[in-house]
Design a protein around this ligand. Structure first.
Ligand SMILES: [Zn+2]
Length: 348
């Protein structure tokens, strides 16, 4: 009887230990899943990509453990001249345009070599999504050099020709410096589809995504400001300006300060540093854009040839506010006089 009791206790103890070990084992598996083996795998792949460039290489492995992209509905056009046709190529919470000081149209090192896109700072391995539906027309090295060259400044890059255009012209988006490409050339992609992972390939000093919008042709000289084409985060709007001399010549690198009258925070910026490479909007013909601005009242300040000019504007959520500096005539908020374009996406 005593032996039987001991045996029963032993079996119970053994079963408890067994349950405990199974529990530990399941916890371990769950931990591994939570930490994201796919990211580890991707990073290994990144290393391989950097070591031996393989143009047009891609991965069809589904990335597990990804949270769905927090993307906003597009197209959005609350004003007749707005054309926010694209969603953001990254999860909105991951970054905003203004978090980068390497924005569109500015040549930080060389004014004659301005930036043709926006840079979004992201850790290597962050998911990159198609900003709109279309067909992949480039996937791999060599986007700029037009040959499969690992020295290409865009690094591992993707270009998409979109299913919709603007005023009869074709729209493209470009994603540069990637560490991994998940699609192949010729493939159809849907808006919000995972197309690759961010990285630091090509001419890049730190991991980031270079995002470009091109209108007309898929080339370096056909870029337009992505801040005017991608839907703003909810509760924010975009300020677009055209700053010229009194006789209408665009001012290059003109200083400007924008003060949020609610928070008191001032953003300092300057106009595009070139008109040669940098494209402007067909309606606004802008040379300065502020985006991701909380809706509300702002004060624009422009110092020009010894004069101080001010203009008070209201930023509206989800739309564009326009201003103009007309040299010594100062700042005005009148819209351009050009005829209104059609602002709905046209299927190609
Ligand atoms: Zn860039």
């Amino acid at each position: 009887m005593k032996n039987k009791k001991i045996t029963t206790v032993f079996i119970l103890l053994f079963n408890s230990l067994l349950v405990f070990f199974i529990f530990i084992a399941i916890s371990q598996i769950k931990n591994v899943q939570a930490s994201g083996p796919s990211v580890e795998a991707s990073l290994q792949e990144v290393t391989q990509v950097n070591a031996t460039p393989t143009p047009d290489s891609f991965s069809e492995e589904p990335l597990t453990g990804e949270s769905p992209p927090n993307l906003y509905a597009a197209p959005l056009a609350l004003n007749p001249n707005d054309h926010f046709y694209f969603t953001r190529p990254v999860i909105v919470d991951a970054n905003t345009w203004n978090a980068s000081n390497f924005i569109y149209g500015i040549g930080e090192d060389d004014p004659n070599s301005p930036h043709t896109g926006v840079d979004i700072k992201l850790p290597t391995g962050t998911s990159v999504y198609a900003a709109g539906s279309g067909t992949v027309v480039w996937a791999g090295y060599g986007l700029y050099l037009s040959s499969k060259d690992s020295d290409d400044p865009y690094g591992f890059a993707i270009a998409i020709r979109h299913d919709f255009g603007y005023q009869g012209e074709t729209l493209y988006t470009v994603y540069g410096h990637l560490s991994q490409i998940n699609i192949r050339r010729g493939q159809k992609v849907e808006v919000g589809q995972l197309i690759g992972l961010s990285g630091n390939t090509g001419v890049s000093t730190a991991p980031h995504l270079h995002f470009e919008v091109r209108l007309g042709l898929n080339d370096f000289f056909s870029s337009v400001n992505p801040e005017l084409w991608t839907v703003p985060p909810e509760g924010t709007g975009v300020l677009v300006g055209r700053m010229t001399t009194t006789i209408g010549q665009k001012l290059l690198g003109q200083e400007i300060a924008l003060k949020n009258l609610t928070t008191g925070i001032t953003i300092f910026d300057h106009s595009y540093t070139s008109t040669e490479i940098i494209g402007s909007d067909s309606f606004y013909d802008e040379n300065i854009v502020f985006s991701d601005l909380e809706a509300g009242d702002y004060r624009i300040y422009v110092p020009y040839v010894g004069y101080d000019f001010y203009l008070w504007v209201t930023i509206k959520s989800g739309s564009i506010t326009y201003f103009r500096l007309n040299g010594l005539y100062g700042l005005v908020s009148e819209m351009p006089y050009d005829p209104l374009p059609i602002n709905l996406p046209s299927l190609q």
